[in-house]
Design a protein around this ligand. Structure first.
Ligand code: NAD
Ligand code: ZN
Length: 357
């Protein structure tokens, strides 16, 4: 048995208004003539948050287009542009949901590694540390703020740059930044966290480390989405910590069926991570009976419509594409179903599941 020795985020600040400390936090990381680059979710263009960014000298704000989940071509384009314009930068600061944070991690790595980000999609392929990077979530749930991956869609696959160089050097968890996120988006991204917890807690890779974080994160999700009748500041505080703990839980275990199936949807149809997980999880009674029952209750209570029949009319070839992408996620299936998973999740069974969605 070889135990995982995993790299964590180096510095964490948590609290309402902690965004105001950004200037002071960045100061020691500023190098002469090398600007800080703020990669900001395009939602915040023209919003008050952007005016609070502590710009100095040649610092630059880039509004990240997150209409689609991050692509390797987009990462390469931003890294190239920064290289051409500045040669070197002091750091990349990602401000936004999982997409903007993943982009920031990937661009940081590509400032110091040659070639295309698609060369590094996989496990431990990144050779050199990136430039200093910080993540500031404005949506809670993905756990991208703590993870050692950055999920990218490349020319041939959807896979992260999974490495010890990937985690942020600093994160700033300020729940104020998540206030007023649209109800549906908040639910979908929040459910990503809920599903991380269920998949981790019901997985065969579970140990006390992931269980401790997973149980706490699950309890916080339940407070927010099951027990409360009204969204308040405390809900934002709780969901931000749920996202962090849920991310820590899967760091030492793995996700499961919903994620494995949802990756196929996203690869073929571009379905976004949060909503895709919900579409799949809704149909997983067989694998996670209690979790799915509670999920349906949360959907109803929060008045969310989960899209239905999204695979209707797809061709055999398209189903095959999704099945191939999904079955490629071997660690996820092994966590979910155990070492003999290939005998349980046959292509036929998976096809039937995709047809239900
Ligand atoms: P997102 O980052 O894709 O953003 C969704 C939408 O919400 C966007 O339109 C964005 O502009 C908007 N938005 C963000 N913050 C807002 C706010 N405060 N108010 C209003 N609108 C806001 O959504 P997400 O669910 O946070 O992230 C999904 C992405 O994260 C996917 O690309 C997925 O692959 C990735 N992901 C990464 C990891 C990881 O470990 N690296 C884990 C899970 C998911
Ligand atoms: Zn997820």
């Amino acid at each position: 048995m070889k135990f995982r020795n995993f790299k964590m985020v180096s510095y964490v600040v948590y609290g309402r208004g902690s965004f105001n400390q950004l200037d002071e936090i960045l100061l020691p990381h500023r190098k002469q003539d090398a600007p800080m680059i703020f990669l900001v979710d395009h939602f915040f263009e023209g919003k008050p948050l952007t005016a609070r960014i502590p710009l100095k000298g040649k610092d630059k704000v880039i509004f990240a287009d997150v209409s689609y989940e991050p692509k390797t071509s987009y990462v390469d384009k931003i890294a190239q542009q920064l290289n051409d314009e500045f040669g070197t930068v002091s750091g990349i600061i990602g401000i936004g949901g999982g997409s903007a944070m993943d982009l920031a991690k990937a661009v940081s790595l590509m400032m110091n590694n040659p070639g295309s980000s698609s060369d590094y999609q996989g496990w431990d392929l990144v050779k050199k540390p990136g430039v200093y990077k910080a993540g500031i979530p404005t949506l809670s749930g993905t756990g991208a703020e703590v993870s050692r991956t950055t999920v990218l869609t490349g020319p041939t696959k959807k896979l992260g740059m999974n490495s010890d160089f990937t985690p942020f050097d600093q994160i700033i968890l300020d729940p104020e930044l998540t206030a007023n996120a649209p109800v549906n988006q908040r639910f979908y991204t929040g459910m990503d966290c809920y599903i991380h917890c269920i998949e981790s807690l019901q997985g065969t890779f579970l140990n006390e480390f992931s269980k401790s974080y997973g149980e706490k994160a699950l309890q916080l999700c339940q407070k927010v989405f099951v027990e409360k009748n009204k969204w308040d500041d405390e809900s934002d505080d709780q969901l931000m910590m749920a996202s962090y703990a849920g991310g820590m839980s899967i760091a030492y275990s793995q996700v499961g069926v919903a994620h494995a199936v949802s990756y196929g949807l996203s690869y073929l149809l571009g379905t976004k991570h949060g909503v895709g997980n919900c579409i799949v999880f809704d149909k997983l009674e067989e694998y996670y009976p209690a979790g799915v029952r509670e999920f349906k209750k949360m959907v109803e209570k929060n008045k969310i419509d989960i899209p239905q029949h999204i695979t209707k009319g797809l061709s055999d070839e398209e189903f095959d594409t999704m099945i191939n992408v999904s079955l490629g996620m071997k660690p996820l299936w092994e966590n979910a179903l155990g070492a003999g998973w290939e005998k349980i999740m046959t292509r036929e069974k998976l096809r039937a599941l995709y047809e239900l969605l």
